[in-house]
Design a protein around this ligand. Sequence first.
Ligand code: SAM
Length: 170
Amino acid sequence: MRIGHRPKRDVRVTTHVALVARAFGCSGFFLEGDDGYLNSIRGILRKWGGAEDFELETVKSPRSLVKSWRRDGGVVIHLTMYGVNIIDKESAIREIDRPILIVVGAGKVSRWYYENADYNIAIGNQPHSEVAALAILLDRIYMGRELGIDFGDARIRILGTERGKRVLRA
Ligand code: SAM
């Protein structure tokens, strides 16, 4: 879930958060804010696959979602440079066998999330990017398996090659 999305300023980064979520194994993307931004992501899913399985939703109250997620037995991981370094928590996180909601911010994140997440996790305690943080968390969770994801409903598929571009179109 992307919170604090700032129209105009964050459009590209928010799109990248959603694409990383899809490409690296999340089953959906929640966006606090305007539905308009989800349309471009829907277009990408129709082309590259995942439209059937990947849930895209806007959220009016991300705090209510955090509360209900936990009430329903899920786990909330807030990514923040102020959190506990992933290297000290990755094995505990890998053992979670309940649905995980990963929260990433944009601008300043309210203290409420620090207090209400199950985990505040830092991907290193240096400031960088929500896109990088999400990608590395997912990689640590899936231990590289996410890099082999294939989307059954893709209209376009890449056959990775040493040189050039090989593309299959359905
Ligand atoms: N100053 C903001 C705050 O109060 O948290 C952070 C802004 S940062 C550009 C946007 C988002 O990137 C953060 O909310 C966090 O989700 C993610 N992020 C940036 N660096 C991170 C790090 N080292 N570890 C985990 N997440 C990070």
